[in-house]
Ligand binder design. Structure first.
Ligand SMILES: Nc1ncnc2c1ncn2[C@@H]1O[C@H](COP(=O)(O)OP(=O)(O)OP(=O)(O)O)[C@@H](O)[C@H]1O
Ligand SMILES: [Mg+2]
Length: 314
């Protein structure tokens, strides 16, 4: 998790309150569902749109593949993969979560001990005889499956370099199961290396979580440049599915200023849904459950349900 950044190197116009972390006990955690009413302006500065419950699906697939991607660490990629996945599953969508980070945080966040697994996504990527079906795990959430990873995956990054079609390995691997799911969410590691390029080559869209914090916009240009290159060279259907502001603290001017800048820079591609900073998310990691199960009536759970409605509607 990020800590307040040193102020060195900032220009005069950038003097803002960098301290987003509540300093006193008076900064209580916002934990109640906040009803959004029509005509109200949301944190993005736009009117809040009410998106109705998505229609029920009578048949499933082929999946829309979304890569959760930002090379900056600790911005909420894994948290968003788990909780958006769980919220989509609540709406009856079939979801496959792909842990594509050797740290295995997505697997841990769903209560799995990655180091105890005999086979992981690494085996599907690197061994011809191993299929997704051999490795996929059911999660505690109905309709949501997990393709787990562990530290073995870090070897794939090196080994894939020598493979023919190395950038499309994940896309080839997922192909046989795309028809079974409505959404495949790929949780990327914080880097723009070969694994992330594989995720982008396999994806229909990129969902970029951005922390509402001073340096969050740094590096986004490089990410967008990488997305453009992958679109030109490997995957013409790749688009930016949306930018998700995370760890927003409505009480700080700083959060509101960062938010305003993000909307100014990216416009409509920014989701209306904004994820507030709350200790409920670190708690869910310990519990090994999505927030929609751990604290189903919390504002955090409701925010990811709203995001799921936006994702389905887009
Ligand atoms: N909205 C939030 N409010 C407070 N804490 C959060 C929030 N979202 C995520 N966190 C916490 O911040 C930390 C980083 O989140 P997460 O692991 O989702 O980020 P990440 O982008 O996947 O990180 P990495 O780049 O290391 O993979 C975790 O401890 C998580 O519980
Ligand atoms: Mg992560």
């Amino acid at each position: 998790m990020s800590t307040p950044q040193p102020s060195a190197g900032r220009s005069r116009g950038d003097v803002v309150d960098l301290d987003l972390v509540p300093r006193t006990a008076t900064a209580a955690v916002e934990d109640e569902v906040v009803e959004t009413s029509d005509g109200q302006v949301g944190p993005t500065g736009r009117p809040r749109r009410q998106i109705p419950e998505p229609p029920r699906l009578h048949r499933h697939g082929p999946a829309r593949v979304l890569a959760m991607c930002n090379q900056k660490g600790g911005v909420g990629k894994t948290t968003s993969a788990i909780n958006l996945g769980a919220a989509l599953a609540e709406y009856g969508r079939r979801v496959l979560l792909v842990d594509f980070d050797p740290q295995g945080a997505l697997s841990v966040g769903l209560g799995i001990q990655p180091h105890q697994l005999e086979r992981t996504i690494y085996n599907v990527l690197m061994e011809r005889g191993t299929r997704v079906e051999d490795v996929v795990l059911r999660t505690g959430v109905d309709h949501m499956d997990l393709l787990p990873s562990n530290i073995d995956l870090s070897a794939a990054e090196v080994q894939l370099v020598a493979e023919v079609g190395r950038e499309q390995t994940l896309a080839r691997m997922l192909q046989p199961v795309i028809a079974q799911y409505d959404y495949v969410l790929v949780d990327c590691q914080p880097s723009l290396g070969l694994l992330t390029v594989n995720a982008l080559a396999a994806a229909d869209g990129v969902l970029i979580p951005l922390e509402c914090e001073f340096f969050s916009l740094r590096g986004v240009a490089l990410l967008i440049d990488t997305i453009d290159k992958v679109r030109e060279r490997l995957n013409p259907r790749l688009e930016i599915a949306g930018i998700l502001a995370t760890m927003y603290d409505p009480r700080t001017l700083h959060s509101r200023e960062v938010m305003a800048r993000v909307v100014e820079a990216f416009g409509e591609v920014v989701f209306d849904t904004v994820i507030n900073r709350t200790v409920r998310f670190p708690e869910t990691t310990v519990a090994g459950e999505p927030i929609t199960r751990w604290a189903p009536r919390s504002a955090g759970a409701e925010a990811y349900r709203q995001l799921a409605r936006e994702v389905i509607a887009r």
